[in-house]
Design a protein around this ligand. Structure first.
Ligand code: ADP
Length: 571
């Protein structure tokens, strides 16, 4: 209702027009009656009057119908965009966890089909159902006035199509739901295939993926086809009921006319109503189906709108202003799923400007720690504080705008180099962008690109090499100029030259910032002010490289087992 309410005025006008068109339609059999009743008098005037009236009635109906169609589309499009605004806005706002669990292609399919289905259903109701009801009311009233017995005969048949429709509706809703699920699966896989086309090609599985896609399409089609079969049967049953009604009206009405109880005109009018009444009744049962269909669409829309929100800002949340960059974890415990602790009682105090290397086997909780610093999640117990303020008391946007995260899978958009570097800071000039690119060791390769800073770099930046992409994300972080940095080192090594360019860019980037590096390289770890060794969600060792070596603990073991300068792989 909230989505329709802003258009109440237009909806009322549309309904008023529907009322007029339906009334005009219901008058038609009466015009015929009048003509047939006057036919015996050998009256040419009556014929002309009937023809003129019929033409005028139908022209008026068409004209009003056209305007109301146009208005309906206006409302339809407006509802469509406000639904899109709500759902797309929500999708931006939903927490990371939601997006981890849902697939991109699936969400897109749901969004598309859900909204189109719902808006389609709405206009169906405005167009078919409402005028239908009015037509029915008027025709039934007129029929009763003309002849009670004939009316009862015609009306006996009237609810039958509705009953048939209702019996079929359950199957139809189930079918719609199943169909949506199949399409969602097909497109979520297809989306993954296109995003991971490199993997698909390198495994030479194009044919398999294509046949998987097509077998999905076939299974969806077979569902549609089975449905068409059922729908056709249901439609035919309804039509037969309509024919029976007309035949019964003709038989009973014909008999009454022969007996002289009703006029020929009345019989013609009844035949008109008996024929006309089933369209709207069909329309009404259609509405029942449409409503059930709309329910499926609404379920989809609300599965997005009602998804549990991210962490809301507290009502008293303050914006982060000047930031020194002190980060404190105070007995922080965390788990993604109940009973499955990922971090346990983490205590640490990082001074402004300090560089901390997080080291430990994969799955130890390093990424989770950095996610907590950005408040993608809240700790189960304990607190994370920046400059002494609990993150839960800060506005999230202001927090995240002061934290830079650089990782190998940071997203580059299919846009120019310049917009990618200036992402999130749209007002910086080209000079600043170039300065950042120089500091990130990216300027030289950018100038070699065909259009320099205006070169479009492909989806996810795939027209660039891994090292180049990484240097662009470093330039982007330099523009953002955050006091706190989170770096995720690449686990696979770049070639030696890119490697040294990237490392050099990193060392410029971290100067003067509180930095957390999820470190895989021994060289990075040695360069850090402090090393935190994480294992099974606990900090098991902390200190400088030489201190930790002396302690001969887990870290010393990692270092001893290092291979090719990478330490985590030894765990
Ligand atoms: P690391 O960065 O040290 O490799 P992570 O912080 O990524 O470790 O993961 C720590 C643990 O949390 C792992 O057991 C991982 O399976 C689990 N985990 C990570 N992300 C999620 C998530 N979004 N939902 C559920 N479990 C997760």
């Amino acid at each position: 209702m909230a989505f329709i309410r802003p258009h109440t005025g237009k909806v009322v006008v549309i309904m008023a027009m529907a009322l007029v068109t339906a009334a005009l339609g219901a008058i038609e059999p009466l015009v015929m009656k009048r003509f047939f009743d006057r036919l015996g008098a050998n009256n040419l005037e009556a014929l002309i009057a009937a023809i003129v009236t019929l033409v005028a009635l139908n022209l008026a109906r068409e004209a009003i119908g056209g305007v109301s169609n146009w208005l309906t589309w206006k409302v339809r499009l407006a509802v469509n965009s406000s639904l899109l605004e709500a759902t797309v806005g929500k999708l931006h706002a939903l927490p990371l966890q939601y997006h981890r669990e849902e697939t991109v292609g699936g969400t897109m399919t749901k969004l598309d089909r859900g909204i189109n289905g719902f808006v389609g259903a709405l206009s169906d109701i405005a167009f078919n159902a409402f005028p239908g009801v009015i037509y029915l009311v008027i025709s039934i009233a007129v029929m009763f006035r003309l002849d009670l017995r004939l009316s009862l005969i015609v009306l006996f048949f009237a609810p039958l199509p509705a009953l048939i429709g209702m019996l079929a509706a359950k199957e139809q809703t189930g079918r719609d739901r199943a169909l949506l699920e199949r399409w969602t699966n097909i497109f979520s896989r297809f989306n993954e295939v296109l995003s991971g086309i490199l993997t698909v090609k390198s495994f030479a599985t194009e044919e398999e993926e294509k046949s998987r896609f097509m077998s999905g399409v076939r299974s969806a089609n077979s569902l549609v086809l089975r449905g068409v079969g059922i729908d056709t049967g249901v439609g035919a049953a309804k039509n037969i009921v309509g024919i029976l009604a007309r035949v019964a009206a003709l038989a009973a009405g014909g008999y009454l006319a022969i007996e002289g109880e009703i006029t020929a005109g009345t019989l013609v009018a009844f035949l008109g109503y008996a024929g006309g009444i089933f369209g709207p009744v069909q329309g009404l049962t259609g509405v029942y189906q449409t409503l059930r269909r709309a329910t499926v669409s609404l379920e989809i829309i609300f599965s997005i709108l009602d998804a549990e929100d991210g962490l809301d800002d507290a009502p008293h949340a303050t914006a982060l202003k000047e930031l020194r960059g002190e980060v404190v974890f105070d007995r922080v415990s965390f788990s993604y799923k109940r009973g499955n602790p990922v971090l346990e009682s983490i205590d640490m105090r990082i001074s402004p400007g300090e560089t901390v290397a997080l080291v430990g086997p994969s799955g130890a909780g390093k990424t989770t720690m950095t996610a907590l610093i950005q408040r993608f999640y809240d700790p189960l117990s304990g607190s994370v504080r920046i400059d002494g303020v609990d993150l839960r008391d800060l506005e999230q946007r202001s927090l995240r705008r002061r934290i830079g995260a650089v990782s190998q899978d940071a997203l580059l958009f299919n846009d120019t180099v310049r917009s990618n570097i200036a992402y999130g800071s749209p007002h910086v000039g080209l000079n600043d962008v170039a300065e950042a690119a120089k500091a990130a060791n990216a300027h030289r390769f950018i100038m070699r690109l065909p259009r320099g800073y205006d070169t479009v770099i492909g989806e996810r930046g795939n027209l660039l090499s891994a090292g180049e992409r990484q240097r662009l994300t470093i330039a982007r972080a330099l523009i953002k100029d955050p006091p706190i940095l989170i770096l995720d080192e690449a686990t696979s090594s770049l070639d030696a030259e890119s490697e040294s360019l990237v490392q050099e860019a990193f060392s410029r980037l971290i100067r003067g910032r509180t930095t957390f590096v999820i470190a895989h390289r021994l060289s990075t770890v040695i360069g850090a002010d402090r090393i935190l060794v994480l294992k099974d969600g606990r900090i098991i060792e902390a200190g400088s490289h030489s201190e930790l070596l002396k302690a001969k603990g887990y870290y010393a073991l990692l270092v001893r087992n290092q291979a090719g300068g990478l330490i985590t792989s030894a765990a």
